[in-house]
Design a protein around this ligand. Structure first.
Ligand code: HEM
Length: 123
């Protein structure tokens, strides 16, 4: 079975997905205040895109640059409760709805994001 990374056509898909997601995040009154360095939006976009590219079977640039993901641990400094999770998922779902035309890709991404966001809840 081929990897989702190939099914969506490679890295560009994830860059578009993350761009769309962050359009929502920067205007979000719950999420944007959590960002420690709001001047590094390009960096934040790149880290998330590279992580997703690696997770779905593309190049491992994320771990080459950042090491083991340990995402739950990396999110401990940010207070993430159900409200933050729901805001995060709202913007991610909008991005998926816009970018993922293939229903199977849409379903896989949605299922993963719902579970990953729940995993990040730490308050
Ligand atoms: C549930 C709500 C979430 C909130 C409020 C949240 C918030 C944040 C914040 C404030 C950062 C720092 C931005 C930066 O990189 O400089 C960050 C980083 C990051 N987030 Fe999240 N996040 C959430 C869920 C997720 C999920 C579900 C994933 C993965 C599917 C994810 C992946 C990442 C990655 C890869 C980074 C960069 C980590 C690093 O290498 O330093 N986040 N997040």
């Amino acid at each position: 079975m081929s990897m989702l990374y190939d099914q969506v056509g490679g890295s560009d898909f994830f860059i578009r997905l993350v761009d769309k997601f962050y359009e929502g995040v920067v205007g979000d009154e719950v999420l944007w205040p959590l960002y420690p360095d709001q001047s590094d939006l390009d960096g934040a976009r790149e880290r998330l895109a590279l992580f997703l590219i690696q997770y779905w079977g593309g190049p491992t640039t994320y771990s080459d640059e950042r090491g083991h993901p340990r995402l739950r641990q990396r999110h401990f400094p940010f207070a993430i409760g159900e409200l933050e999770r729901d805001h995060w998922l709202l913007h991610m779902q909008r991005a998926i709805d816009e970018c993922a035309v293939d229903p199977h890709v849409h379903a896989q991404l949605t299922e993963y994001m719902v579970s990953a966001a729940q995993h990040m809840v730490n308050r």
